[in-house]
Design a protein around this ligand. Structure first.
Ligand code: UN1
Length: 494
């Protein structure tokens, strides 16, 4: 069923600079639908360097007032913004799906998820703001208090246009920082929507600026002398370059980067539900999550049975218009992404030990003009670049393992360590996975993706740099502690 009521008129894009919505005077910004790239979702102009300077100046100016705004007032604004997101979850979720390509239910779900995240940080405002220690000196007390860091640069990717920005901006604001935000140029409309929700909720001018700019503007934001800290989620290449810049400037930085997350199906696993979880992990959002399941290790005794189940189901996945409720998977984010992923798979076909178990070839119907890729499962018999390279698309690589130790070794192979999933009811295997797998997030009998708002999220090895995100863990990055030695003077009380 196609959603007849969905309004496909072109939306207009603006940046929010120090409390003022600006049309922008830079190059044209055309936001197209990945399902039908001839169709414009939204249009506007890019922000320029002068907008960046104004945004940072506005954030600096707003910082002292915002940092001393009572916690419950800051919390209430986040809560009201959450209400706005919930009230518009359907129209904005549909816009998300139209703009980014994930299916409608995932788009709506993401807007609601962003609301949950804002609510969580509204509540965190009421938590303790530090600790008190005993002093070795009589009459003294030592307080460790958390203070906001200052002006935070937020740089976000295309794949969660509203949830990832929410889990950076909500703690930043909740703990008293001001924000200048540069979202991915592929999803500017949902960035505008989140900023609108916060403005409507009563966020004072300058506390959040939104700059619709290109990668170069993102780089300038990160280096701007008025910025105190940088939080980033996106590709490994960009993340490493931002980390290097921040190192040179001695500027705190938090970066969430790539993943090549394995699901390990052990011989005792309940195969049918394990298959559904692997399917969801690999192909929801067309595999464009840094937590997506992009590799699968199956223990030899169940390998044939599991792969038969999986490939049959993958071949039947309904791929199509993300706004059509019968679609299970939409396109990837752009034609460029589609072609890069396709090239990486095609390059493998000439290598030894590489076989396509299902998918792999392009669509020859009307989907060929959109950024659609056939969900693909690749079998690998030997070490292959596809085992460790992140493709960020609907491609799952599979290897067989003789035993648990080989399975865990394959799952840990490479530089990334974001998430993993192990399918088993064997307590010894669970314990071994918990101890041995070098990942930031481990799932037992559930898919590799997903991140609840109240618990820490982030990777091990080269998947991440700096403190974890979400939950209370976010406080580590978005505040700085001050150690205060408090002693009353010896003057006698009158
Ligand atoms: C999720 O798995 O729901 O960019 C969240 C990403 C991750 C977030 C994943 N930082 O895909």
């Amino acid at each position: 069923m196609t959603i007849g009521a969905f309004d496909r008129s072109v939306r207009s894009l603006r940046s929010l600079v120090a409390g003022e919505w600006r049309d922008g005077e830079g190059d044209e910004l055309l936001d197209v639908s990945p399902a039908s790239p001839g169709e414009t979702v939204a249009a506007g102009r890019l922000a320029r360097n002068s907008d960046l300077d104004d945004a940072v100046a506005g954030a600096r100016d707003a910082f002292p007032r915002w940092a001393t705004t009572p916690h419950h007032v800051r919390g209430r604004i986040l809560e009201r913004a959450a209400d706005v997101l919930d009230a518009r979850a359907v129209p904005w979720g549909e816009e998300l799906s139209w703009e980014e390509g994930k299916v409608r239910a995932e788009g709506i779900g993401e807007v609601r998820r962003a609301a949950e995240i804002l609510r969580f940080y509204a509540g965190e405002a009421f938590r303790p703001v530090g600790e008190v220690f005993a002093s070795p000196r009589p009459g003294e007390q030592i307080q460790v208090i958390h203070r906001p860091v200052g002006v935070t640069a937020v740089v976000t990717p295309f794949n969660f246009p509203v949830a990832i920005p929410a889990w950076k901006i909500a703690p930043a604001l909740g703990y008293g920082n001001t924000v200048v935000w540069k979202p991915s140029g592929l999803v500017p409309l949902l960035a505008v929507r989140l900023a609108e929700a916060l403005v409507e909720a009563g966020l004072p001018d300058g506390v959040l600026s939104l700059l619709l700019g290109d990668g170069a503007l993102g780089g300038q934001l990160v280096e701007h002398p008025g910025v105190d800290a940088v939080t980033f989620t996106g590709s490994t290449a960009v993340g490493r370059s931002l980390i290097a810049t921040c190192g040179r400037l001695a500027r705190p930085v938090q970066a969430e980067m790539g993943g090549k997350n394995a699901s390990v199906v052990l011989a005792d696993a309940d195969l049918e539900p394990a298959m559904e979880e692997v399917l969801a992990g690999a192909f929801r959002s067309a595999g464009q999550k840094c937590t997506a399941t992009s590799r699968l290790v199956v223990e030899e005794p169940v390998a044939d049975a599991f792969l038969a189940l999986l490939t049959e189901r993958v071949a039947q996945l309904r791929v199509g218009d993300p706004l059509d409720d019968s679609s299970e998977m939409g396109p990837v984010v752009s034609l460029r992404a589609r072609d890069e992923i396709r090239r990486a798979v095609d390059a493998g076909t000439s290598r030894p030990g590489f076989s396509i178990l299902t998918g792999g070839h392009p669509y020859d119907d009307d989907r060929r003009t959109g950024a659609f890729l056939r969900p693909t499962v690749v079998g690998l018999d030997v070490d292959d670049p596809l085992w460790c390279e992140e493709l960020f698309g609907p491609v799952l690589s599979v290897r067989r393992a003789r035993d648990i130790q080989e399975a865990f070794r394959l799952a840990d192979d490479g530089d990334f360590g974001l998430s993993a999933a192990v399918f088993t009811d064997d307590l010894r295997a669970v314990t071994a996975a918990t101890e041995q797998l070098d990942v930031g997030v481990l799932h037992i009998n559930s898919e590799t993706a997903g991140a609840d708002p109240h618990v820490p999220f982030g990777g091990a090895k080269q998947s991440a740099y700096g403190p974890k995100e979400q939950g209370r863990a976010a406080r580590e990055f978005f505040t700085r502690t001050k150690t205060v030695y408090v002693r009353a003077s010896e003057r006698r009380a009158r």
